[in-house]
Write a protein that binds this ligand. Structure first.
Ligand SMILES: [Zn+2]
Length: 359
C-alpha cells in the first residue's frame, strides 16, 4: 500500500514537472508545435513497412545501401543517401605503442584461440572496465577506437582510392541524392604516426615553426573532408553531403564547422549519458556556429541511440531519449541525426520520435 502511494505521488510529481516545462508534448507555451524539421537516420528502409515507419517518425534523409532501398525511400518521400563513405588509404593509421597496446587489448587480439562468444564476453568486460567510450569523447586517457582501424587517408595521394570508392557507392545506388560520410578521423582521436604522415608533419613544421601537431592534423583532416566533398559536388551535382563528425578529435571536438559538409552532424548527446548542461552547450555551438567558416553549412545535432541493454555500449531508454530531444529543442536545435537508425522505429522509441519529429 505504501509503495502504491509513493508510486502515485511520483506520478503526480512528474505531471507537475511536465506542466512547468517550457513546452510539453512537442508544444511550447504559445501552443505552437516545436518539432525537428529535418531528421537524418542512419538506418535503412529495408522493406515497405520500415520505410513507412521511418516516414511516420519524420525522417527526411535516410541511408541506402542498394537501389531497392533508395527507391523505397523515394516512394515514401524521403531522400536516399549512399551509405556510407569511409576514408580510404593505402595502409592503416599508426598509433603510439601505448595506444596500439590498448587497441589490441580492447579488441581481444590475444584471445584469438577462444570460441567467438567467449571472446566477445571478455572483450566486452574489458571495454566496460576501461570506461571505453566507442569513439565519443573519452572519460579516461588514453582511449582509442575499437574494432576498426581507420585507413591513413592522408596517404591517399590525389584522392585516387577515395574517388573510386565514392564513384562505386553512387554507381551501386543510382537513385541516391546524397551521401553519408563516417569515420573521417583518427583511430587515436589525435593523429597518425605512419612514416608518410610523420614526414609530412616535419616538412610543414620546417616551413612554419610555430605550427603545432594538433593544428597540422586538424587541418589535414579538414582538408581531406573538403576534398572529398568537393569531388562529390563536382562529380554528382545536386547531391547533398551528410557527415557524422566521428570519431572525436581531442584537441577540438566540435571542429566540424571547418568542413564544407552540407548537413554537418556533431554529437550533442552520446550513447553514454551526457549531462543536460553539456547537451545544451554543444547544441548551441553546433547550431549557432555552423556557418562560422563556410556559408551554407547546416549544423545538425547528433544523438547516439542503442535500444538493447547488456553490452559495454550504453543503452538509452525511451524516457532518456525523450528528455534529450526536449533539451536539444529547448537549446535551439531543429534537426537531428540518429545512429543506430534502426532502433528509431523500435517500440517505445518510435513513439518518442513520432511525437517530436513526425508530421
Ligand atoms: Zn598516416
Amino acid at each position: 500500500m505504501k509503495l502504491k502511494k509513493l508510486f502515485f505521488a511520483g506520478m503526480f510529481f512528474c505531471l507537475f514537472l511536465n506542466s512547468c516545462a517550457p513546452f510539453s508534448g512537442g508544444q511550447d507555451e504559445a501552443g505552437e508545435k516545436r518539432k525537428f524539421k529535418e531528421v537524418f537516420s542512419w538506418g535503412r528502409p529495408t522493406s515497405g513497412e520500415t520505410a513507412r515507419k521511418f516516414r511516420e517518425i519524420g525522417v527526411t534523409h535516410i541511408a541506402a545501401t542498394n537501389e531497392k532501398e533508395a527507391r523505397l525511400a523515394l516512394q515514401y518521400g524521403m531522400i536516399p543517401c549512399c551509405s556510407v563513405f569511409l576514408p580510404c588509404g593505402p595502409h592503416g593509421q599508426v598509433m603510439t605503442p601505448e595506444e596500439e597496446k590498448l587497441f589490441a587489448y580492447l579488441n581481444g587480439d590475444d584471445l584469438k584461440t577462444l570460441p567467438r562468444k567467449e571472446r566477445e564476453k571478455v572483450v566486452d568486460a574489458r571495454r566496460t572496465a576501461k570506461c571505453h567510450r566507442y569513439g565519443g569523447e573519452p572519460v579516461t586517457a588514453p582511449d582509442v577506437l575499437n574494432s576498426f582501424r581507420i585507413a591513413c587517408f592522408l596517404s591517399d595521394e590525389g584522392l585516387v582510392l577515395s574517388r573510386k570508392k565514392i564513384d562505386d557507392l553512387f554507381a551501386k545506388v543510382p537513385s541516391a541524392r546524397g551521401i553519408y560520410l563516417d569515420y573521417l578521423g583518427y583511430t587515436n582521436f589525435k593523429d597518425c604516426r605512419c612514416e608518410s604522415c610523420t614526414r609530412k608533419f616535419e616538412s610543414a613544421k620546417r616551413k612554419n615553426p610555430s605550427l603545432s601537431r594538433e593544428e597540422f592534423f586538424r587541418d589535414a583532416l579538414v582538408d581531406y573532408y573538403n576534398k572529398v566533398i568537393g569531388y562529390v559536388k563536382k562529380k554528382h551535382p545536386g547531391a547533398v553531403v551528410h557527415a557524422h563528425i566521428y570519431p572525436t578529435f581531442l584537441p577540438e571536438p566540435l571542429y566540424g564547422n571547418r568542413t564544407k559538409t552540407d548537413y554537418c552532424a556533431q554529437t550533442v548527446a552520446w550513447y553514454f549519458p551526457w549531462d543536460k548542461e553539456k547537451i545544451i552547450r554543444y547544441t548551441r555551438i553546433v547550431v549557432n556556429d555552423a556557418e562560422k567558416y563556410h556559408k551554407g553549412v547546416k549544423g545538425i545535432p547528433f544523438v547516439g541511440l542503442k535500444a538493447l541493454p547488456g553490452t559495454s555500449l550504453a543503452a538509452k531508454s525511451p524516457a532518456l531519449l525523450e528528455e534529450e530531444l526536449r533539451t536539444i529543442l529547448s537549446a535551439g536545435g531543429d534537426s537531428l541525426s540518429v545512429c543506430n537508425g534502426m532502433d528509431m522505429i523500435k517500440p517505445g522509441y518510435y513513439e518518442v520520435f513520432r511525437k517530436y519529429c513526425g508530421k
